[in-house]
Design a protein around this ligand. Structure first.
Ligand code: MN
Length: 721
């Protein structure tokens, strides 16, 4: 009887457990699911019983075991949460309710919905981690019996398992569930590859077992000879990890020599290091493969020493060294920290800092897609460790930059992070931190986050803080621009912004915009036009002016109206400022932007907006407060002056060929400076007018093909050379 097995199991780890409660839960579930069968034909209740069995294997508390037995009652039978509360108490009813809700989240739908569901899952996890643990056990039993389901369902459930549940098990440190979920999912997602690998493993099984036994004995002998008490276990890695390794290294199964891992389990930490010494003394260690997760535990609390050595037959051997307690944590993760009092793991809040942090972010990020994007890395990415100059350790995801670290230390440090010293050397903000780097953040009170930082950071924390600040700044810029635009408009009617505040409040209400501040912002964003505001401020005045036009409009055909709409979006400059075509624009001489270039605008009071190329140094130096989004309106017209520098051999006739090449591309040269250098070369700078970036690229391509031309570069039109 499986129930009796579960009960025996529970009394093994929790002698005071109320086994009667478990019996009652079992009876209730059996009656509730009476008459229902699984796809396999077994009575339905065998599923919750199997789930409860897995929960007991994790040594979780009685409430979790009962929740496992009852987890499908609310979903699939007439039982209600209220009923469960009366019969089994609030705690168990809450867990069942949580698992039921999680089960209803459809993962493989639209990204947006997936994000929202993901957030709900994390919320459930933060409230009571047991909800997720029960859900994981439920998923494991479902995966074990997946062969009874139709193929479409198999694939969907396997994909969801690979994407969500296996990484989650990993994050919670429950290695054996992670491994089993991955192999089961692999089997259904890539049946061909799985089958082939399984056969290859099977073929070499006898040989492997013999090898494992030999090496186990060898390691154990060395350890014992050096006075390190331990057990040594060798084990083939799970299929999914071998397959990943084959894919990553492009090797075949026979060529993967470290598909077997050896584990040395000893009694205390000192002996772990002792064992490491023995291993390195006996066999040659492979550089770069040693990792000390004892001194620096992984965020999921995993601890162990990892190394790889050249083994007795000249092959690579991976060795993991740990204590018995570490072994328990490595297998059971969060569940190994369980104490049966408050219904949550000891110090789970403190130890699972990542969980608490995720919760903080979800408060700040209201857009679920943004939230998903930012936590996915935190949850499922690889980590490394860096040190602060004081020796504090910070765990950061792979590819993290000094900005991530700065925000991990404090948000003010993040906001003013201007660079970093890594292992004593100055590095730029885009530097990707490496495991073990010592990093000192350099701050500058004038530094501020900009949009590009979003491409540099990897942590949710940094991303959230930067977005928040950028939004705030964008709003401030919109206010500045809105005031400028409104003021100009008002002056034409002999009004000023300062004197019209009250009237603006009124106009804002009429336009349903709250107050004058909001109105100014909307003008700044180009969502409300000055004309709209004037109509509200001076109803009589503008009506008169508008009347003839309105009449005209009525007589216009649909097509004409459409054309008006389209042409109105065109600007004389070819640039839209915050979507608006009517704003005064000039092009910066330092970088001479062309239609097609990535551009950015800077508001200069009284002079409208100056447009720079996005990579222009001078632009980057300008006050980011005044930065504003600009774009080309897509009707490239007019011509733009650019400067092109051509380095070539100093030989007769070449200049003529070059200028011919310009004319071939339909481009006129307006100025040319030519200068011979000492080494028989010539530097020529041509100023020419081009339509857009494509035309410039055409010219550069043509020039580069000329024999005797060494290099062709677009240069600043401002600097004489
Ligand atoms: Mn279930």
């Amino acid at each position: 009887m499986p129930l009796e097995q579960i009960l025996t199991g529970i009394s093994g780890y929790d002698p005071n457990a109320d086994l009667e409660l478990v019996r009652r839960a079992y009876d209730f579930a059996s009656r509730a699911h009476e008459g229902q069968t699984r796809r396999s034909g077994d009575p339905y209740v065998t599923h919750p019983v199997s789930v409860a069995e897995i929960i007991a294997e994790l040594k979780l508390d009685i409430a979790s075991v009962c929740a496992g037995l009852l987890h499908d009652c609310v979903e699939d039978t007439t039982a209600t949460v209220e009923q469960l509360t009366t019969l089994f108490g609030k705690e168990i009813a809450f867990l069942v309710d949580g698992v039921t809700k999680l089960g209803k989240l459809p993962w493989s739908t639209k990204e947006e919905q997936q994000a929202e569901n993901f957030r709900k899952m994390l919320l459930a996890m933060a409230r009571d981690i047991r909800v997720i643990l029960v859900k994981l056990c439920d998923r494991l039993d479902n995966m074990r019996s997946l062969h009874h389901l139709p193929p479409e369902k198999q694939e969907r459930i396997a994909a969801e398992t690979m994407q969500i549940y296996a990484p989650l098990a990993n994050r919670l440190g429950i290695a054996w569930i992670k491994v089993e979920l991955e192999d089961l999912a692999f089997k259904y997602l890539q049946p061909g590859e799985y089958e082939q690998l399984a056969q290859e493993v099977q073929k070499t099984l006898a040989e492997r077992n013999e090898y494992i036994e030999t090496v186990e004995k060898l390691i154990a002998k060395e350890m014992h000879d050096h006075g390190v008490p331990c057990e040594v276990v060798g084990r083939a890695k799970h299929f999914w990890s071998i397959y990943q390794k084959m894919k990553k290294t492009g090797r075949t199964f026979e060529e993967i020599h470290d598909a077997i891992g050896f584990r040395v389990v000893t009694d205390n930490q000192m002996n772990c290091y002792q064992a490491l010494g023995v291993a390195h003394q006996t066999w040659t260690p492979i550089p770069g493969r040693f990792k000390d997760y004892i001194a620096l535990p992984k965020p999921n609390l995993y601890q162990s020493l990892h190394t790889a050595v050249i083994g007795p037959r000249g092959e690579r051997i991976e060795v993991q060294i740990r204590t018995r307690e570490m072994q328990a944590v490595a297998e059971h993760g969060i569940a190994a920290h369980w104490k049966y009092k408050e219904g949550k793991p000891v110090d789970s809040d403190k130890k699972f800092a990542w969980l608490r942090q995720l919760m903080e972010h979800q408060k700040e990020l209201r857009d679920p897609t943004e939230f998903l994007e930012s936590v996915k890395l935190d949850l499922f990415g690889d980590e490394g460790y860096v040190f602060t100059p004081r020796g504090d350790v910070k765990a950061l995801p792979k590819g993290a930059t000094p900005i991530d670290l700065a925000y991990a230390v404090h948000s003010t440090i993040g906001d003013h992070c201007s660079g970093a010293r890594v292992n004593g050397m100055i590095v730029p903000l885009r530097y990707q931190l490496r495991n073990g780097d010592t990093v000192e953040i350099i701050t500058n009170p004038n530094q501020k986050p900009n949009k590009d930082w979003l491409n540099l950071v990897k942590t949710a924390r940094a991303r959230t803080k930067i977005r928040y600040l950028l939004r705030k700044e964008q709003r401030e810029r919109a206010i500045a621009l809105g005031k400028d635009i409104l003021d100009k408009g008002l002056r034409k009617k002999n009004l000023t912004l300062a004197r019209s505040e009250k009237d603006l409040d009124h106009a804002a209400r009429e336009l349903r915009l709250g107050d004058s501040d909001e109105l100014i912002i909307q003008v700044g964003y180009g969502k409300v036009t000055v004309q709209q505001v004037l109509e509200k401020l001076l109803p009589g005045d503008t009506k008169k002016a508008d009347e003839p036009e309105r009449k005209e409009k009525k007589t216009e055909g649909m097509l004409a109206q459409l054309i008006r709409k389209v042409t109105r979006r065109q600007s004389s400059s070819g640039i839209l400022v915050a979507g608006d075509a009517d704003i005064l624009v000039r092009f910066a001489r330092c970088c001479s932007p062309l239609p097609g270039d990535l551009v950015v605008g800077y508001i200069s009071r009284g002079k409208g907006v100056t447009v720079h190329r996005r990579d222009c140094d001078k632009g980057l130096d300008l006050d980011p407060e005044r930065r504003i989004d600009v774009s080309w309106d897509g009707h490239g017209k007019g011509s733009h002056e650019v400067a092109i520098q051509v380095l070539c051999a100093d030989k007769p006739g070449l200049l003529a060929t070059i200028s011919q090449s310009f004319s071939d591309q339909g481009v006129n040269i307006s100025q040319a400076h030519c200068r011979a250098t000492e080494n028989g070369r010539a530097v020529n700078t041509f100023h020419a007018s081009v339509k857009d970036l494509d035309q410039l690229k055409g010219v550069i391509r043509a020039l580069s093909r000329i024999k005797g031309v060494y290099s062709v570069d677009r240069v600043s039109a401002e600097a004489p050379s």
